[in-house]
Write a protein that binds this ligand. Structure first.
Ligand SMILES: [Zn+2]
Length: 223
């Protein structure tokens, strides 16, 4: 669901213009930012298995700490709680916690039943949208395009950096997505974790973009 999670982060700016796009991405992709770290630490397990679903060659064997429902609820509360401790804004804290949880809900629709509810490896759920490549691209692509549209409507570039930075990020994410779908499966598990870690740079990129864009405040009165 790579691109869909970024779409949700982009769209959230329309709901609340206080947090940076970087913070919104940080929340909506939080559990996928943890996942490569847990893989490298040997806490979670993935295998390459072409045809696992039509959409992905990855078999998510064991990832209860990043993608178990109970863990995600804890991460969501922690994320919102840490934000509240620093910014004392309950509305934004709730939104950010909701974004952390939104990742799991989107994954629930796309993954085959490999998402654990608890910490063990029984009780797994997933509705399997990824069994259809066309439907996956349609749903995920739509979420991303709608999100990008809402972010563009909610903000305005203050300078060239704010404009070129945003468009290059959107195009970059689109290209990575297409390569993921149509490219060959990864040669081994390690590159998956390394590439996964690069998503932290996307968060940093989004902070930089947001600093070069201003919120479009809603029009008041007739003026
Ligand atoms: Zn995920």
């Amino acid at each position: 669901m790579f691109i869909g999670h970024y779409g949700v982060g982009l769209a959230a700016k329309k709901l609340d213009n206080r947090p940076s796009l970087g913070t919104l991405f940080f929340a909506s992709q939080f559990i996928d930012l943890l996942w490569p770290i847990f893989l490298l630490l040997g806490l979670e397990k993935v295998a390459i298995d072409p045809g696992n679903t039509a959409f992905t060659p990855l078999n998510f064997i064991y990832y209860p700490f990043s993608h178990g429902l109970v863990s995600v609820l804890i991460w969501a509360v922690l994320f919102g709680g840490v934000y509240y401790a620093f910014r004392k804004n309950i509305k934004t804290s709730l939104l950010l916690g909701g974004l952390v949880l939104s990742h799991w809900i989107l994954d629930l629709f796309t993954h085959r039943p490999d998402l654990p509810l608890l910490f063990g490896n029984h009780l797994k759920v997933g509705l399997g949208l990824w069994n259809s490549v066309i439907l996956s691209i349609l749903v995920e692509g739509s979420i991303f395009i709608i999100g990008a549209y809402l972010y563009i409507k909610a903000t305005r570039a203050e300078n060239k950096k704010g404009q070129i930075g945003l468009w290059s990020l959107l195009i970059f994410l689109g290209i990575v997505y297409v390569m993921n779908v149509f490219g060959p499966p990864p040669p081994s598990v390690e590159p998956i974790a390394i590439v996964g870690l690069f998503q932290w740079l996307i968060v940093a990129w989004a902070y930089w973009i947001d600093r070069n864009r201003e919120s479009v405040s809603p029009r008041i009165g007739l003026a």
